[in-house]
Design a protein. Structure first.
Length: 336
C-alpha cells in the first residue's frame, strides 16, 4: 500500500458500532409456469436484503469508503455528508471535532472538504474489514501505523488524481475528492458487512425529547427532532448545519456513545495533544430516535468486531432505518 504525504496534523479518534443484516422470506411456494408460458415473478419472492449500515433495502453490497471531513465553520458547508450511511463525530486537537463519513449504499459524486486522519480512526476502521480511507495527510509519527493498518490508502498523496481544489474556498478547506476515482483506486476494498447494528421498531420506554445537546471543550452539538422530516436535525455552535447540496443535515438515529478519552502520544504542530478515544470495551450511550431518548449500553469486544448497542434491559437496541450519526463523547469533557 502506498503511503501518503505527511502534513503537520495528528490523529486521534476511536471506535464505532455495528449493524445487522435482515432479510425476510415468505412462506408458500410459487406454482410452476405452464409449458411455453412467459415466466412470472413469484408473489412469494423475498424482498431485497437490508443494508447492514442503514437497515434499508439494497440490491447488493458495495465497497466501503471512509472519508475524513472538516467540521469547523471554515470548512462548511460540507459536501456529500447527506449520502453517508454512518457519520462519526470525533474530538481532535484543541477541543474541536472532525467527522469520518462511511459510504457504501449511496456514493455521492464528490465529497469534502477532505482533511487529515487521526489515530482513533485506525482503531475504528478494522470493524469494516479493509475499507478505503480518503484523507489528506497524517502526523509524521503516524505514517508507519497507517502503512500497517488494514485499509487501502486513497489519500491525496496516494491517489492525487482523485482530488481537486474547489473554487470559492480557501486552503486547506478547499480540497475535495471525486468518489468514483477514490473507489477505482481501491478495487479490493471490503464490501459492507454486518457490524452489529440492528434496525426495527422502537423499544418500549424512552423519554420524549425536543432536542439533545453534547458539549466538547471547543464545540457544541444540538440535535433537534423534526416530526415532519422524521429526523434529528443537526446544529453546531448555535448554527444550523447546512449541506452544500441544500437543506439541513440530520439523521433518523443519533447515538451519543460515551467513551473514555485520553491523551495519545501524538500532537499537532502547535503542541496540542491528539485525543485517543477508547472504542473497545463497554460503556454508556444515549440513542435518539422517533423524538425520544433511550438510555443504552455499548460493547465492542475487539477492534475487528462491531459495536453492539443494547437497552438497559439487555435487549438489542433497534435503530430507525436510514443514516446514523455516532457521536463519540467523553463521559466528562476532556480539556485540550
Amino acid at each position: 500500500m502506498r503511503l501518503n504525504r505527511v502534513i503537520g496534523v495528528t490523529l486521534a479518534g476511536t471506535a464505532v458500532l455495528a449493524p445487522a443484516v435482515a432479510c425476510s422470506s415468505s412462506s408458500g411456494a410459487a406454482k410452476p409456469a405452464a409449458q411455453g408460458a412467459e415466466p412470472v415473478a413469484s408473489a412469494s419472492a423475498s424482498p431485497p436484503p437490508e443494508h447492514p449500515f442503514t437497515g434499508q433495502p439494497v440490491a447488493g453490497r458495495k465497497p466501503v469508503l471512509a472519508v475524513k471531513i472538516e467540521n469547523t465553520s471554515s470548512g462548511k458547508p460540507q459536501l456529500g455528508l447527506r449520502s453517508a450511511d454512518l457519520v462519526f463525530v470525533e474530538q481532535v486537537e484543541g477541543g474541536l471535532t472532525r467527522l469520518m463519513a462511511i459510504f457504501s449504499s449511496k456514493i455521492p459524486a464528490k465529497v469534502g472538504p477532505v482533511r487529515s486522519a487521526r489515530i482513533s480512526d485506525l482503531h475504528l476502521l478494522p470493524m469494516f474489514g479493509r475499507p478505503a480511507l480518503a484523507y489528506s495527510g497524517v502526523q509524521s509519527k503516524m505514517v508507519p501505523l497507517v502503512r500497517q493498518a488494514p485499509l487501502f490508502d486513497v489519500s491525496d498523496s496516494a491517489k492525487p488524481g482523485a482530488y481537486f481544489r474547489q473554487s470559492g474556498r480557501v486552503a486547506p478547506y478547499n480540497l475535495f475528492a471525486d468518489t468514483r476515482k477514490l473507489i477505482a483506486g481501491a478495487p479490493k476494498a471490503s464490501k459492507a458487512k454486518d457490524i452489529g447494528l440492528v434496525f426495527g421498531d422502537a423499544p418500549n420506554g424512552g423519554t420524549v425529547k425536543k432536542s439533545f445537546s453534547i458539549k466538547y471543550p471547543a464545540a457544541r452539538f444540538t440535535f433537534s427532532w423534526s416530526a415532519d422530516q422524521k429526523r434529528w436535525l443537526v446544529a453546531q455552535d448555535g448554527k444550523k448545519d447546512m449541506a452544500a447540496e441544500g437543506g439541513q443535515l440530520g439523521a433518523p438515529t443519533v447515538v451519543i456513545q460515551y467513551a473514555k478519552t485520553t491523551r495519545s502520544e501524538f500532537h499537532d504542530f502547535t503542541g496540542s495533544y491528539t485525543p485517543l478515544i477508547q472504542t473497545t470495551g463497554t460503556g454508556k450511550a444515549v440513542v435518539l430516535r422517533d423524538g425520544k431518548a433511550y438510555k443504552a449500553e455499548w460493547s465492542r469486544s475487539s477492534e475487528k468486531a462491531g459495536t453492539m448497542y443494547t437497552t438497559e434491559g439487555g435487549q438489542p437496541m433497534n435503530f430507525s432505518r436510514g443514516q446514523v450519526w455516532i457521536v463519540l463523547a467523553a463521559p466528562k469533557p476532556v480539556q485540550p
